[in-house]
Ligand binder design. Sequence first.
Ligand code: NAP
Ligand code: 8YV
Length: 320
Amino acid sequence: MAESLPVILLTGRINPRVREGLDGKFEVVTVDGDLSSLDESVIARARGIAGFNAAPAELIDQLPALEIIANFGVGYDGVDTAAAAKRNIIVTNTPDVLNDEVADTTIGLLLGTVRRLYDAEKWLRDGKWENEGPFALSPLSLRDRHVGLYGLGRIGLEIAKRLEPFKVKISYHTRSERKDVSYGYYSSLGELATAVDTLICIVPKTPETHKAIDADVLKALGPNGVMINVGRGWSVDEEALEAALKSGVIAAAGLDVFQDEPKVPAGLLDAPNLSVLPHIASASVPTRNAMADLVVANLVSWFTDGAVLTPVAETPAKTR
Ligand code: NAP
Ligand code: 8YV
């Protein structure tokens, strides 16, 4: 009898190209919600998960034959890597293939926020240019700004490189100073926020980054301050941000990510000088295709060669 194909569970709202890439090579089973709708034998045989940042310990623990969790996204904060590591299950993510897209979007969000591009377009579309005259001058400009990056990893570095031609000063805070860049290094986020007037957040969601951008950090940015978050909503105290925008503690903010997506607090949306995007930094067809292809490549590589392409640090490369 021919050997059966490995069972891969597709969990969450995953890009359809993942399924297209897996079909024919694997027995692909879509999981709608929890595992209760699945046949016992499928659960017993499931060797892989292709998922959208959602593999908690409860899911992992129900799958006795699980070998690999291939996450769609570079951030894998929704995957319980400790539970995976305990069972010797490898976790992969999609680093690098989205760096340029996310960095491009960050620059767009920064410019849109500083120069009020969204409000200006609305002014034109609402007929106000014709009926009321020119759109107001933007109080803010990118000119002479000092931009601080909270996070200077794969994506942060691409953001920094894109900022260079804008002739702004660039500094950063990470836990370890990078030896390969000449940007100013600050050993704490508070010191960085005090030095700069523009802060871009591109750190992962970890216990240490929870609400790291709080009332004190916003106050340190100052009344000319601009805060952009393209990392995770988790890293910003949204109540403090709302208060800071409403009271002029900082001048403006641009957010691609939120604490409780897709819900965004009404009070925050009410705040002045806030630009918001629905978590779209990597969301172009070419980039999402590249991410999907990397998810598939990790699974194929694991089940054919017994090795993966992009393991996460918590479950380092190993062979099957
Ligand atoms: P990365 O290469 O791992 O870089 C992470 C950076 O954050 C590093 O510079 C790291 O430096 C720093 N960092 C981590 N923990 C820190 C801490 N506690 N304090 C200060 N700095 C810290 O990751 P990446 O590929 O650039 O992605 C970063 C994150 O962006 C992802 O995890 C994801 O959450 C988010 N993201 C969002 C979107 C979107 O659509 N908006 C798209 C892609 C990624 P040290 O280790 O030296 O501290
Ligand atoms: C996507 C992201 O929103 O890669 C990440 O960490 O946040 C984004 O690229 C998501 O992962 C896929 O839809």
